[in-house]
Unconditional design. Sequence first.
Length: 361
Amino acid sequence: MRAEESTARVVAVRSRLTDLELDALMVTAPENTRYLSGFSGTLGYLVVTRDGAEILGDSRYWMQMEAEAPGFTLVRSVASSGLLALLTDRLKGLGLRRVGFESQHVTVDQHRRLSGAVPAEIALVPTAGLVEDLRMLKTPHEVELLRHVAMIASRAFDRVRSAVRPGLRERDVAFLLEQTFRELGADGPAFDTIVAAGEHGALPHGRASDRVLALGDMVVVDFGAVAGGYHSDTTRTIVVGEPTAEQRRVIAAVRQAQTESMALMKPGVTADAIDRRARDVLAGEAHAFGHGLGHGIGLMVHERPFLSASDQTPLKTGMVITNEPGIYRPGWGGVRLEEMVLVTEDGPEVLTPASHEVGVG
Ligand code: ZN
Ligand code: ZN
């Protein structure tokens, strides 16, 4: 990660500390630590104070911390006492009084142990979504990382798509995709690839099973790659052989909901309004669309904002959000189409050019 990027993010956190009258923020979510410092390990605390920033680390990660987060003070734990004791010592040593913690990431158990360890004069103050707020807006460098990993996954899909034929199992298709991600330079799959054929397609989060693909099967393929910590997420629905008129009609209806709602993905439009538009377009079939329309994506596959009825976040230039309407009919199957969309001043830009051709094999 570039030093100036890290510095800008830490400065942004400090201005929130001022607003919230906090002396420090204790960051525990690994993605948030990575976002602010570059350190990609999972064991450690990042403490951002008004004038400093230090990482408290376990010995297994010392070398990685030095390499990935050179601008940060590394405070080493002693094997005999552990991270919690070190954290308590540092909070005292820095003379902090009001310390924010990430209430969405600290477990009840961790909170109980921490409260028991810090002296009474240090107040632990819950904060929610402070770093996540910053993560919604991608920098140009992050957009490049997302564009790159979305392109790898799209190219992998186009390659594997032409190999899909009757007789392959769902899990064979998933394996081919995940192998191709790596061949094309990704670190691996962003999540367990979903390949859901026929009636399986009616389960929005079905995995890839031993079910064998047959002529006439409609298949939902939901796939993503990860590279440099950034994730992609795309869905295509294909038909093995020649699609029926009804399969084509439902796929076209979902595509229409996607196209019309995506047109609204521009600065100033709120997330819930975009979700509502997709449901309006699906009209009589909206009852068969049981999940939110989309989600932000970056260091996590699912992050803010969410295109759903309960999220009123106005979209801004630099957000990257999926758009994934679907229709699911128990016993018949499902259709989902998913793109990653960059919000720009000029409107939506699709980052996932994987083929939309329906018939395969
Ligand atoms: Zn997906
Ligand atoms: Zn998604």
